[in-house]
Design a protein around this ligand. Structure first.
Ligand code: HAM
Length: 429
């Protein structure tokens, strides 16, 4: 195929054999979110570039080097969203739905775009399910977000393979004081820092904390600790969160170097990480951003949220073999009809059955074909049963009912009794 007809590097097709797992995952999460009282919001995929610069931060990897930014025909600078929080804040402000302290518990799903170096678990178009809560300032809601994800990992059968890392970044004042102390310390060790950290020291010093460079990590051992600079309010908030996680029995690891790659966080930050996926081990991450709404032009509004990467979680389900058996079968019953008259009768019969059994996955053969070829297709479809309509069945107004997997003889079922019979044989989702 010529190059122009290939998908863009890092942007994947999700093929029919993969979509059942995606739908299972998305269905499980959306059911859980419904049950906890969260409501879905849908935002555009493209926003003004300014939105992301102002919210994520000018000096972050995302804004500096990863955004898909272009001028549209009006000359406006637009960007394919690299994440969902900024657009969600823009939407709640634009529609006034967080005004007057109204609590909003929102979730969204969809593609995000970052021009990162593609590798396993890291793509340029990837998908997130994200969640944002507005106007709740206590640690109880931070805890709810984490408890909910903990339940999700349990339902998906991957709880043992993920670990929760927690940190508190404090209020912007306490972070400011910490930043000063850190800059002073790191400046004294400037020559021992890697080049990237030297640059970050000037632009975004907290990001030096999550360097991968061993020499810089060695310098950081003696660096001032964020926990020592937390103000009383942030400290109490963090204690409140930990007490709630302890009460529910959710294990966590405190990671004082967890700073996150987006600038809007304050107080709680957390990541769910796994060692089952190689280098791209963060499957879900988020935190509190109490200053963001105001920074974007709204009234002071506390906010907290997280997003999970669907590709990474689907990979986890595959790696840990936690894909439910029943996903492998997409068809319950396959109807084969031979001859024009039988085909017409079959169509009408299929619709009558569907009226009575709306959840039955009934596939009607299309494209006619010989007895042998239709049976082959019935078998390949994965169906449990074939229904057969030929001259004999037409004459007697019955349908041949043939089990395709396992034991059992073919039997004849009267058309009127077919739906009732199928209801007893097929467990419907
Ligand atoms: P984030 O940490 O940038 O946070 O992304 C959240 C999750 O999206 C990651 O933990 C990962 O699972 C997935 N992800 C990120 N980049 C990629 C990629 N290139 N390929 C595949 N998966 C990826 C945010 O986006 C924040 N908006 C989360 C948040 C919401 N914080 C508060 N509210």
């Amino acid at each position: 195929m010529s190059k122009s007809l290939q998908a863009i590097r890092g942007m994947n097709d999700i093929l029919p054999e993969q979509t059942p797992v995606w739908r299972y995952f998305e269905g499980t999460v959306s059911r859980l979110l419904d049950n906890y009282g969260y409501k879905q919001i849908r935002m555009p995929i493209v926003e003004f570039t300014e939105l992301f610069k102002r919210s994520i931060g000018e000096v972050t990897d995302i804004v500096e080097k990863e955004m898909y930014t272009f001028d549209d025909r009006n000359g406006d600078s637009l960007t394919l969203r690299p994440e969902g929080t900024a657009a969600c804040v823009r939407a709640v402000l634009e529609h006034g739905i967080t005004g007057g302290g109204q609590v909003q518990k929102l979730w969204y799903i969809g593609p995000m775009f970052r021009h990162e170096r593609p590798q396993k678990g890291r793509y340029r178009q990837f998908h997130q399910i994200g969640l944002e809560v507005f106007n709740l300032e206590g640690p109880d809601i931070d805890a709810e977000l984490i408890i909910m994800t903990w339940r999700l990992w349990g339902e998906l059968g991957i709880r043992d393979a993920v670990k929760l890392e927690l940190n508190s970044l404090g209020t912007s004042e306490s972070r400011g004081r910490y930043r000063e102390a850190l800059v002073e310390y790191l400046s004294a060790h400037h020559d021992k820092l890697d080049e990237d950290s030297q640059r970050r020291l000037k632009t975004n010093p907290l990001r030096v904390l999550d360097t991968k460079n061993a020499d810089t990590q060695a310098v950081l051992v003696e660096a001032p600790k964020m926990a020592d600079y937390l103000d009383d309010e942030s400290r109490a908030h963090f204690e409140g969160l930990k007490a709630r996680l302890d009460a529910v029995g959710i294990p966590y690891v405190l990671n004082p170097k967890l700073v996150r790659g987006l600038d809007y966080y304050s107080k709680t930050v957390f990541e769910w990480v796994t060692d089952k996926l190689g280098a791209q081990g963060t499957v879900c991450a988020g935190g509190r951003y109490d200053g963001l709404v105001e920074q974007m032009g709204g009234k002071p509004t506390p906010g907290v949220g997280f997003a999970m990467g669907i590709e990474r979680l689907v990979l986890m389900l595959e790696t840990l073999e936690q894909i439910p058996q029943e996903l492998s079968r997409q068809v319950d019953v396959y109807l084969c009809a031979f001859g024009e008259e039988a085909e017409l009768a079959g169509l009408a019969l299929a619709e009558r059955v569907r009226d009575q059994l709306p959840n039955l996955r009934l596939q009607v053969n299309a494209g006619a074909g010989s007895f042998k070829s239709q049976f082959k297709k019935a078998d390949k479809s994965g169906a449990l049963y074939a229904l057969i309509l030929g001259d004999d069945e037409m004459a007697q107004q019955v349908v041949g009912f043939k089990p395709l997997r396992g034991q059992g003889e073919q039997q004849s079922i009267a058309w009127d009794a077919l739906a009732a019979h199928l209801a007893t044989c097929v467990v419907q989702g």
